[in-house]
Write a protein that binds this ligand. Structure first.
Ligand code: NFE
Ligand code: MG
Length: 585
């Protein structure tokens, strides 16, 4: 294990968060803390899934339905990546209307996911719920009205929310707000803004149901909508009861417009308002200075001329955020140095995803764990690296790259953020804890604007008589090559996602998913480089941790990535034995 730095951390300096809550999946954070800062960090994903193994020896036309179950949060993204991978392998052309439908499903998911992340999963790190009780509802109303013309902004409305909160707390019922670090000195919002945050937390819960309806129209259900290799299972016929008809098309428009309003009038203004009180987090929690994205879904995932095609694939390396380097998928390798897997070539080898192996090699302790990171293997997450670099992915990477490429909608909004935060006008602040939060809101704005265009394009094409959503040309395995491989790229909510498939004689023989949260939550690699979560907490030794018994500051940084550990690893039985191992083809 070259350069592996073992964690000889005295017990008195150890801080552990396990489980990290308000995320998807199981994540443990181990930190060495002292002098009010974090000095070192290890992140461990304590769960093995085995879905890459399950995807092998299947009919490639079925795989999307298996791998879609990798995650219920970024629901649909893994199915779309699987379709793109199989269609790439089979060189299977897809009708543009089906591509537009997939983009709309992706867009709706991305926006719903970002809103849920901000309000339900992350806001409590920034919003002190108990302080909202002290707010003057008139003041909250004035702030809300200064931000946008969103209708639910009257003093009466905010007084009602406050009363509901007061009543439930008076009965000792913190309910969904139990166990927050309320009153922690790291909370900076005035009571009136805290009340705004609580009210919008409750509104977002109701709003997000509408986004799900977009999936139910185009994909039959949510979570895990239905898809089809070669197109979509959703048919168009304006004059009868197919899924897309006069009624459902106008309902889709109504839903996309509702979506647009909430993002522009509630989510984005809230981020702008809250960020102003947490300017210091623009200097806290930077990841490794290497980021990449593969562009917007229309460009990469489907190759269709749909959408705006705004952000092109690109790479930022070594802290040079001005020059976007070309992206080359052949430079990706996955390492298992710190992970509970073995490779036939040895654990320090890196494997390209097409040749990836998913062989569990668990030799850690049984739960409950005391301290995992004093041994070389401490996580179920592999470590993907790009040309040897540990890379961060996510909405902030997209925005940083779009900014460097001069995409007007991004430049304008990032510059406005910099002005507001008193920072020089450039994209560097977006590699920070606050930058990830801000970047996600910008991403939602850009996505929702794209959805409006995509739905319009789909409608125009229907008017022109384009109703095909499936291409039968390559459906039959007799038309396939005996051996082929393909990759599918999707810009998922948490960053660049790729699925890699090898097909032989009509069956999948290898399947690998290299997932956004895998890039971000990876552990040390063979050269001892930390993954982005670890780096963000530990790197400069300046990340605050004022009270180790109430670690709200590192939670802010970890939550800013929107961790999804279900996606990141791909069952233990009660004895701790791995249930699935990869079967060689
Ligand atoms: Ni389960 Fe996912 C996203 C994918 S993982 S949430 O976004 O792909 O990072
Ligand atoms: Mg994987």
């Amino acid at each position: 294990m070259s350069n592996y730095t073992s964690a000889a951390v005295p017990e008195s300096s150890r801080v552990v968060i396990d489980p990290v809550t308000r995320i998807e999946g199981h994540l443990r954070v181990e930190m060495e803390a002292g002098d009010g800062v974090i000095k070192n960090a290890w992140t461990s994903t304590t769960q093995y899934r085995g879905i890459e193994v399950i995807a092998c020896k299947r009919d490639p036309r079925d795989v999307w339905a298996f791998v879609e179950r990798i995650c219920g949060v970024c629901t649909g993204t893994h199915a779309i990546a699987a379709l793109a991978a199989v269609e790439d392998a089979l060189q299977y052309p897809v009708p543009i209307q089906a591509k537009l439908m997939r983009d709309l499903v992706s867009g709706a998911l991305g926006i719903q996911d970002h809103v849920i992340h901000f309000y339900q999963l992350q806001a409590m790190d920034w919003v002190d719920v108990v302080s909202a009780l002290k707010a003057d509802p008139n003041e909250t109303a004035a702030i809300a009205k200064s931000l946008s013309d969103w209708p639910l902004s009257s003093a009466t409305y905010f007084a009602g929310v406050q009363k509901k909160l007061k009543d439930s707390i008076a009965h000792g019922q913190y309910s969904i707000f139990t166990n927050g670090y309320w009153g922690h000195p790291a909370y900076k919002l005035p009571p009136a803004v805290n009340l705004l945050g609580v009210a919008h937390y409750l509104q977002a819960l109701v709003w997000q149901r509408d986004m799900i309806k977009i999936h139910t129209i185009l994909g039959g259900k949510n979570p895990h909508p239905n898809f089809l290799v070669g197109g979509m299972a959703c048919a168009i016929n304006m004059n009868n009861d197919q899924a897309i008809n006069q009624f459902s098309l106008s309902y889709l428009k109504q839903l996309v417009d509702t979506c647009h309003d909430f993002i522009h009038k509630v989510y984005y203004p809230d981020i702008v308002a809250i960020a102003g009180f947490y300017k210091d987090y623009a200097h806290i929690g930077a990841s490794n200075p290497n980021l990449f994205c593969t562009g917007d879904p229309s460009e990469i995932n489907t190759g269709a001329p749909a959408g705006k095609g705004m952000i092109k694939p690109g790479v930022l390396l070594n802290g040079d955020y001005k020059n976007v380097l070309p992206f080359d998928q052949d430079k990706i390798k996955e390492f298992v140095t710190s992970a509970w897997y073995k490779y036939t070539e040895g654990r320090d080898a890196g494997l390209a995803p097409y040749d990836g192996q998913t062989d569990a090699d668990y030799n850690g302790p049984r739960p409950p764990y005391k301290w995992l990171s004093d041994r070389p293997q401490y996580t179920w997450v592999k470590a993907p690296r790009y040309d040897g670099h540990a890379m961060a992915v996510g909405p902030n990477a997209r925005m940083m790259i779009g900014y460097a490429q001069g995409v007007p909608a991004i430049v304008e909004r990032v510059d406005a953020a910099c002005d507001k935060l008193g920072l020089p006008r450039d994209n560097a602040f977006m590699n920070s804890t606050l930058g990830r939060v801000y970047g996600r809101a910008l991403d939602a704005m850009i996505n929702v604007d794209m959805m409006v265009d995509q739905l319009q394009e789909m409608t125009n094409r229907i008017k022109n008589g384009e109703t095909a959503t499936f291409n039968p040309e390559k459906w039959e395995p007799e038309t396939w090559p005996s051996s082929c491989k393909g990759v599918g790229w999707v810009e998922a909510p948490r960053g660049s996602l790729s699925h890699w498939v090898r097909i032989e004689n009509g069956q999948t023989v290898n399947y690998q998913a290299v997932v956004p949260s895998t890039w971000n939550s990876s552990g040390r690699d063979a050269e001892g480089q930390m993954g982005p979560y670890e780096y963000s907490l530990a790197h400069t030794g300046t990340h605050p941790l004022v009270d180790p018994s109430r670690p709200v500051e590192p939670l802010r940084t970890i939550h800013s990535y929107d961790p999804c550990q279900s996606c990141a690893v791909h069952l233990f039985d009660e004895e701790g034995e791995a249930i699935m191992t990869r079967q060689d083809p």
